[in-house]
Design a protein around this ligand. Structure first.
Ligand SMILES: Cc1cc2nc3c(=O)[nH]c(=O)nc-3n(C[C@H](O)[C@H](O)[C@H](O)COP(=O)(O)OP(=O)(O)OC[C@H]3O[C@@H](n4cnc5c(N)ncnc54)[C@H](O)[C@@H]3O)c2cc1C
Length: 291
């Protein structure tokens, strides 16, 4: 449990998040930067980048390493934590939750990229009504009930093990058998890619996979990137992009967004530029709050 408060929490260590962190640090703000196991995974997949000014014919991986070295040289530390939720407290500050770890910040820049995984039918409809993204936060609500964990990342294993401590039945569903390592006895594993629909009426009652229906009251989903409005309820989005103005302010004062998560074109230079502007506007926001 973290008690300190940073000036700016930045969620996502891709080009937008790293650019925001570098610029906020230059402006002498304290920064907490969060990311998954690999920062800027899209750059790693990019064999050649030809449109980043000043670096013709550079491989995505070299650019990625250059970005990380730049951040490292400025003593920017990256916390390997996937943020599951953001909560605003009564003082207007924010608490970011990553499993059972909590981090406090005066402002937040969301730079989480875009989710490439297709949403499961029913997922959006039942979010908060049985569909969740953090067992550590919401799991106890399902004590004595049957739940499913759908894992696209390794984080799902730890969360399924936690659910097994108090749920009646835990199903663990992943497309790759390697993901089943480390699960507690009693968890029922299902290897499946074809998750068809989350069913229910006012809340979740089931999950249909490969034509079979599992009776569950809870479904927990673990991806590299969360839908922005599931991260922070009330955040204005349109077609899965966060709505921002020209200063990358969202509809919630103190929350900014930058990079692919704000919309097309999904491009490196746009992400780096937006990260910079979001950081500078966040600095203004903090300075005017203190004045
Ligand atoms: C194969 C490929 C080739 C490309 N080639 C080019 C090119 O040649 N030129 C070009 O301009 N663009 C290219 N792009 C696009 C470019 O890579 C993206 O526009 C850019 O990476 C977006 O940066 P971003 O920081 O917004 O998001 P991302 O790069 O997606 O980074 C987001 C980061 O946030 C992390 N994250 C997400 N959710 C959370 C959370 N809840 N908590 C903590 N961390 C989180 C992710 O793990 C990731 O590290 C290419 C993309 C791909 C996939």
């Amino acid at each position: 449990m973290e008690k300190e408060i940073s000036d700016i929490a930045i969620i996502g260590c891709g080009p937008a998040g790293l650019s925001a962190a570098v610029n906020a640090s230059i402006r002498r703000k304290t920064v907490d930067l969060f990311g998954g196991e690999l920062c800027a995974p899209k750059l790693q997949k990019s064999s050649v980048v030809n449109n980043y000014l000043g670096s013709p014919n550079i491989t995505g991986e070299i650019l990625r390493k250059n970005f990380l070295e730049h951040a490292n040289e400025m003593n920017i530390f990256i916390r390997q934590n996937i943020i599951n939720s953001i909560v605003q407290n009564s003082h207007g500050n924010f608490t970011l939750k990553a499993g059972d770890a909590h981090y406090n910040a005066r402002s937040v820049i969301i730079a989480t990229g875009i989710t490439v995984d297709k949403l499961i039918d029913g997922e959006r409809e039942f979010t908060g009504k049985g569909v969740g993204y953090c067992a550590t936060c919401d799991g106890p609500l399902f004590t004595g009930k049957d739940v499913a964990v759908i894992a696209y990342t390794g984080e799902g294993v730890e969360e399924a093990n936690f659910l097994m401590e108090f749920c009646r039945k835990v199903y663990f569903i992943a497309g790759d058998k390697k993901m089943f390592n480390g699960l507690k006895d009693g968890i029922e594993v299902i290897e499946a890619d074809n998750i068809q629909v989350i069913t229910g009426v006012s809340s979740v009652t089931g999950l249909r996979i490969d034509g079979h229906e599992l009776g569950v009251q809870g479904v927990f989903i673990y991806r590299e990137t969360y839908l922005p409005d599931t991260l922070l309820p009330g955040l204005a989005v349109k077609e899965n992009h966060i709505l921002v103005d020209r200063e990358f302010k969202t509809n919630i004062p103190g929350i900014f967004a930058a990079g692919d998560c704000t919309g097309k074109p999904y491009q490196l230079a746009k992400s780096v530029g937006e990260g910079q502007v979001a950081a500078l506007i966040a600095v203004n926001y903090l300075d005017s709050a203190q004045a």
